[in-house]
Design a protein around this ligand. Structure first.
Ligand SMILES: Cc1cc2nc3c(=O)[nH]c(=O)nc-3n(C[C@H](O)[C@H](O)[C@H](O)COP(=O)(O)O)c2cc1C
Ligand code: SF4
Ligand code: SF4
Length: 256
């Protein structure tokens, strides 16, 4: 079995689950590679999806749905009888991660076949709190779930997440969030602590930030993934509207 996992991760949770899945698959003598989704959506790479036995697609839940980048990625996928599994990370067990119906439907229209689906409740990167106890507890639970998921995937056990009955409501909420993300893109602010290191420019998965005459400009393609805020070594980035919903500080996950 050869597995390729393509994931999007704003602040590291979904990336970490990809790494844990890869580690567990390799431990079970399975070839497994992982790839950040933005490499594909930014046109830096395009894997031959037909060359793999199974494709994994991972993303963080944003407003009970997936971030826009996932829908942009789906548009680039080929038709064919390709087997895939979905996984998502959420910051809260409430509403069980919302709905993946539209993603499943798009892939089904291409002929792709869903084999497995899993939700990992990680510490929240926003809209909640993340103390060291919560981080350690949820991480441990996710490590265990990764083991179970890889066993199920490799032994061909099909597991699908039930779609919530309020799935249409999820999408109305998600549409608002996607609209809000773009609208609020220019409300990112940068204070005098910025030393123009360029990390946020280089790391933005939507190529939404650029530097003009030493000043950072945010365009209107923001995914609200929070990566720029999370990784800025100077803690210079803030958001004039959403700041009250952010964590006090980014956290580090336990060592891999
Ligand atoms: C804009 C935004 C919206 C979010 N919406 C939800 C949500 O509806 N439900 C939920 O459980 N978590 C939500 N979260 C939390 C993330 O899904 C969660 O922290 C996830 O693990 C982050 O993954 P990442 O580190 O790979 O980006 C949201 C986070 C952001 C930034
Ligand atoms: S990462 Fe922070 S310090 Fe570096 S350019 Fe961006 S805002 Fe400035
Ligand atoms: S501007 Fe920041 S929050 Fe928006 S997509 Fe880029 S890194 Fe993510």
């Amino acid at each position: 079995m050869r597995i390729l996992i393509v994931y999007f991760s704003g602040t590291g949770n979904t990336a970490r689950i990809a790494q844990l899945l890869q580690k567990e698959a390799l431990a079970q003598d399975t070839v497994c590679e992982i790839m950040p989704m933005e490499q594909i959506t930014l046109g830096q790479a395009l894997p031959d999806f037909h060359a793999w036995d199974l494709i994994g697609i991972g993303f963080p839940v944003h407003a009970m749905d997936a971030p826009q980048i996932v829908y942009d990625f789906l548009k680039l996928l080929p038709k064919g009888r390709i087997a895939y599994f979905l996984y998502k990370t959420a910051g809260s067990p409430m509403l069980k991660g919302g709905s993946s119906y539209r993603i499943r439907e798009s892939l089904s229209n291409l002929g792709w076949r869903l084999r497995h689906e899993q939700l990992y409740v990680m510490p929240p990167n926003a809209f909640g709190t993340a103390n060291p106890r919560k981080i350690a507890k949820r991480y441990l639970q996710c490590q265990q779930l990764v083991k179970e998921s890889i066993s199920e995937i490799l032994s061909g056990i099909k597991r699908l997440l039930p779609d919530p009955s309020l799935s249409s409501l999820c999408y109305q909420f998600a549409a608002l969030e996607k609209h809000g993300a773009k609208q609020s893109s220019r409300r990112w602010t940068v204070n005098q602590n910025c030393n123009q290191c360029g990390l946020c420019v280089a790391q933005c998965p939507a190529a939404n930030i650029h530097m003009e005459e030493g000043k950072l400009i945010f365009e209107d393609k923001c995914l609200l993934c929070l990566r720029c805020w999370w990784i800025c070594p100077q803690r210079a980035i803030s958001h004039s509207f959403l700041k009250p919903f952010f964590l006090k500080e980014p956290y580090c996950l336990p060592e891999l």
